[in-house]
Structures are given as C-alpha cells and as structure tokens.
Design a protein around this ligand. Sequence first.
Ligand code: FAD
Length: 432
Amino acid sequence: KVNIAWFRRDLRLTDNAALYHALKSSRPVVPIFVFDTNILNELPAADKRITFIYDVLEEMQEQLKALGSSLEVYHGTPEEVFTALLKKYDIGHVFTNHDYEQYAIDRDEAIGILLKQHGAALHTYKDQVIFERNEVVKDDGTPYTVFTPYSRKWKSALTPFYLSSYPAKKYYDNFYQQKAYALPTLKSMGFERVDIDFPGKQVKSALIEHYKDTRDFPGIKGTSHLGIHLRFGTISIRQLARKAQEKSEVFLNELIWRDFYHMILAQFAHVRAGESFRQDYDRIPWRNNEKEFEKWCAGQTGYPIVDAGMRELNTTGFMHNRVRMITASFLTKHLLIDWRWGEAYFAEKLLDYDYAANNGGWQWAAGCGCDAAPYFRVFSPARQTEKFDKELTYIKKWVPELEGFEYPAPMVVHEDARKRALATYGKVLKKG
Ligand code: FAD
C-alpha cells in the first residue's frame, strides 16, 4: 500500500502540514499534483499563473528526483485522476490541506466519498492560514464580522505553537522511490508559456521593517509582492508570520486580514456563493454600462490614478493595494457597476488572485462587506493622488501620455458621480 500527498495551493516540500503527516505515516508517499480541467477550462491560454505553477512544479520535481522519487503530475478532473490512481496503486490514505472555497469543498467531499468506496481515506489539515474557520471567534462562539476585535483576539490566541514549522524534511526517506516522470507540457494542456519575471520569494527584512512607512505609496516598492507566493503556498505562512511578529506589527496585521477574509469565507455560505455579505446591498440598481466597464478595464477612464492602476494590472498582473481600493471604489461608486464585475476582472488578471481576499476587498470597496467603509464615503481620485502619489511617480510610469494631448477627458465628473452614488445607494439602504 502507498499513501498519497496531494498538493494544491501548498506547492512546497518544507513546512507543509499535509505532507508532514503523510511522510510521518509508515507507508511510502506518492506526491501528486492535478492540473484540474474544471478550473483550467475557464482560463485563457496565456494565463500567467499557469506558467508560474508549472515552473514551481518543475523545481519540486528536481528536488524529488534528487530524493529518488517523482512528483506525478496529472491533467484531468480530480475524479478522473483519482479513479486512475486507485487502479494504479493500492492506496491507504490521501493527505491534503484545507481549501475554503466552495468549489474546493465540493471537490474534496466528492473525492473523500470516492476514496471511501475503495477502502481508502482522505485526511485534511490546516496549512494556509494561522487560524482558520472557528478557531478565533467571539466569546459566545459566533464569528467576528469586524476586523479590529477579531485581530485582538487573534493576537491573544497566538502562541509559538501556531507558528512552528512542520519538520517534513526529517521523513524525506519515506517518499515512494521511482524514476522521475516528465511533466505534461504546457502545450499539451492548451497553455502557452508567458515571458514574465515573477516576484521573488525572498523576504527582505528591511522592507518589512520599513513597511509601515512605505506601504501606502504605489510609486515606490514598499510592499512585499509576496501575494502570489502566499496564494500558491510557495512560502509558508507560519514562517512569514514569525518574521512579521519579529519585525513589524503593521505587516503582521495584513497577514491577519488575510486570515480574517478566509475565516469569513469559511463561516458564511452566502459569501462563498457570491452574494453580498450585507444582503440588502443586493437591491442596489447597478447601472452596469458595458462600454464604461470596458473603459475601466482598459485604463481609459480619464482619471490618471485609476488608469495607472488598471494598466499596471493588465501589464504585470499586480496592482498596489492602495490603487486596488481606488479603482474598485471608482467602478462601484463612480460608475455604479456591480462589484462582481470588477471582482471577476481582477480574478482573471491578478497573479495573487485569491477568492477570499479578492471578494473581501471588493465588498469592502463597494460598502457591502464586513467592516466595510460606509457607503457614503466615496474616494476622490484627486485627493487620493494628492495623498499617495503627490509627485505623480506612479501615474507617470503608467500613463506617460498624460503630459501630451492624447489622454482622454474624465468619463464622469467626480462631483456628479459622487452625488449619483449617494442617491442610488441611499435610496436602497436608508429604508433598510
Ligand atoms: P503586502 O502589503 O506586502 O502584504 C503581505 C501579504 O499580506 C499579501 O501578500 C497578502 O497575502 C496579505 N494581505 C495584505 N493586505 C491584505 C488585505 N487587505 N486582505 C487580505 N490579505 C492581505 N489580496 C490577495 O492576496 N489576493 C487578491 O485577489 C486580492 N484582491 C484584492 C482586491 C481588492 C479590490 C482589494 C482592495 C484588495 C485585494 N487584495 C488581494 C489585498 C491586497 O491588495 C493584496 O494582498 C496586496 O496588495 C498584495 O501585495 P503584496 O503581496 O505586496 O502585499
């Protein structure tokens, strides 16, 4: 009999909860990854994240090869892959880490049933976050919906135990010994390699130490750009949180926001289903003008800070957090377009796209999320620029034509749009 370690958003061989538990068990461990066609079929051929995953898997394969083992990489639905694996191996247990999205919950339930029918079992572990689901709740056991008290409780619950690494390395001898397989090619899966420099995963201490003073200015590299690594688990959250605890409370706070949104997702089925956290907001009569949406997507709104953000996103797959807030506010308030349109666009483009954080960020900006800005607070692009890109460093980088004549006039007048947003939101929410 063998055991299986199933990698998903935890693409690393060190400090990995499920892998550690798999290797500690007494059977040889076959490591696998599935290019899940249920997910892949929705993506464009030039999706940058597929190249990222592919490169990481190749690195993992090199490491496993050196250990006399092989990562088995499959292309298909998880059901198809496990059906084939059950024929290939006499499987005892499958070890994998929790994933809090609805699709993943349904998938894991189906695989659990399939395995059980064959006398095998699925075991799942917390790995992606420090505290999950109901580990940090109010004294009465109900979930927090406001960040500050959640973060206070989070910090008071934190003991070294939660930040300690899983020493998987000790058990590397237990990997199933076989010749290393070649990965299926990107082309065979319908994808093409994208030529892009992905952010590195080295965590610079100086950056974290200065984070509180630099993080709000998109014109400088003042944030870590670790989002993609946290998303795909190429770094361990425990290791990063230890560093944050040592170096910067403000940085640690951002990691707590990450836990917070994962907790919200796990606790509230209606959020997993794509509804507004505050359901009365689903009565807002969005204008949803497609032409206007296209201008926003393309970075042609005539508001330089909004356009700079969208162009950064379209080109690099990254957008600075401050600018994510400004562009999201512009779409939902100035243009009165349903936040889900923006959410979906970000989901397609962001390298660090993560359902929990993206949904949380969009609902925050639209005003309908937990602990969101009140609806009557409408960001002024001009004020935001004045505060956070005073020298126009960021704007000039992405909107160089600003100084010429080709730049479009503002697609809406700020003050008119603000009044329209207040009237539209107000009509629905004041009654509520
Ligand atoms: P840093 O500032 O260096 O922060 C370190 C890490 O902390 C991030 O990588 C991220 O994992 C976490 N983090 C920081 N801020 C937040 C936050 N507000 N909420 C949750 N986690 C946070 N973050 C994503 O990871 N994926 C998304 O799809 C995503 N979509 C967003 C959409 C909108 C509309 C908004 C307003 C925010 C979104 N964020 C998202 C949160 C935040 O903007 C990004 O995490 C951050 O900009 C990533 O850059 P960084 O890695 O340099 O972050």
